[in-house]
Design a protein around this ligand. Structure first.
Ligand SMILES: Cc1cc2nc3c(=O)[nH]c(=O)nc-3n(C[C@H](O)[C@H](O)[C@H](O)COP(=O)(O)O)c2cc1C
Length: 336
């Protein structure tokens, strides 16, 4: 049994690394995680107000994001020699995905806190450079070990699905409103340095920033939507699959929502490993959420035996160095 003194130290020390872990990738930069201190453990849960609605209808991205956070926290703790383990225990009513508790030894990982701190997504242009097939093979192997499968498809094959999914995405008033609620187009926005999607990481120039603010303004959106606004916006946004790059899709078996937390942990390991090789990712969730594309995506990935797509992301080499640009903010970290 753990002594009360040892437990206090464990809980205090874990709080130290929670800030570093908040660099974890997460949907819309909502940072939904919440740590609830118990006497001998910390519950990992989420805040209802930070859970997306129409843009994440099944809350799959929420659970994935909590998984990325847990994995990042375990990595950050391991570097400080803090022995912590995670017990998955999803309870939707209690808004909890599991518990962090003292362990015999620190988490066994080859990643460092600096990997977590450096990683970021890339939504800009890509070079034509093909990524090393060994990197894809390594991703497949990592996924296999974790009980998932990674399928690699060409961006050319994924593009028609992405265009259809964007059309659905931009045509849904609920999704459009939520996108704007989490978008910060100017540093004057009161939450610009706190959370959400900023103009820099959306890689918007001045004109695009202006157009986005205008076209998504509720009255303008309502007036233009029936006149074909979604069709106008779609080609502007589906550039993620331009060129001859590769899209990786993580597939899981069965419908258990708890596996999405585990898949989120895998996402962190995959993205950090790619990042170490100079390979960036651009996730595109709506291809999975869109009812008109998820079936075709599963077929494209050769899904069988109850497999379903969980995460979709383009991989490649950015045309400009992303590290020269400010990154997405975090509530607990100073602006960078
Ligand atoms: C589960 C999950 C789903 C995501 N879905 C999308 C997406 O559909 N489109 C997108 O541009 N970014 C997506 N992202 C990336 C997040 O927006 C990004 O991680 C967040 O804004 C923080 O930025 P950073 O990862 O660069 O620190 C997703 C990330 C996660 C973990």
């Amino acid at each position: 049994m753990t002594s009360p003194e040892k437990t206090t130290t464990f809980l205090d020390r874990l709080s130290e690394v929670a800030t570093e872990a908040s660099r974890a990738a997460n949907a819309h930069n909502t940072q939904p995680w919440e740590l609830r201190h118990g006497t001998d453990h910390i519950e990992v849960g989420w805040r209802a107000e930070d859970a997306l609605g129409p843009s994440d209808p099944a809350h799959r991205d929420l659970r994935l994001s909590l998984g990325t956070y847990v994995e990042s926290l375990l990595i950050a703790a391991a570097e400080k020699g803090i022995a912590v383990g995670f017990d998955l225990d999803l309870d939707i009513t209690a808004r909890r995905v599991g518990r962090l508790r003292p362990a015999e030894r620190p988490y066994d990982t080859g990643f460092r806190a600096s990997d977590i701190a450096g990683r970021r997504v890339w939504r800009g242009a890509w070079t034509p450079q093909q990524i090393d097939p060994e990197a894809i093979e390594a991703a497949r192997e990592t996924a296999r070990t974790a009980g998932f499968r990674v399928a690699a498809i060409s961006t050319a094959a994924a593009r028609p699905l992405l265009v259809r999914a964007y059309h659905w995405f931009f045509g849904d008033p609920g999704i459009a409103a939520e996108l704007m609620a989490w978008t910060r187009l100017s540093p004057r926005h009161p939450k610009y340095h706190r959370d959400g999607l900023n103009d820099v990481m959306l890689v918007l120039n001045r004109v695009e920033r202006f157009l986005m603010g205008l076209l998504f303004f509720p009255a303008v959106y309502r007036a233009l939507r029936p006149l074909g606004l979604p069709r106008l916006l779609t080609p502007l946004s589906s550039g993620a699959t331009a060129g001859d790059g590769v899209v990786l899709v993580i597939l899981g078996k069965g419908e258990d929502p708890a596996q999405e937390v585990t898949a989120g942990r895998l996402v962190t390991r995959l993205w950090l490993d790619l990042f170490r090789q100079g390979i960036y990712v651009h996730p595109q969730s709506h291809v999975i959420d869109c009812p008109h594309t998820v079936g075709d995506l599963a077929a494209l990935c050769g899904a069988e035996d109850g497999e379903r797509p969980l995460v979709f992301f383009r991989v490649g080499i950015p045309a400009v160095d992303p590290s020269l640009r400010p990154r997405h903010p975090r509530r607990d970290l100073p602006p960078q």
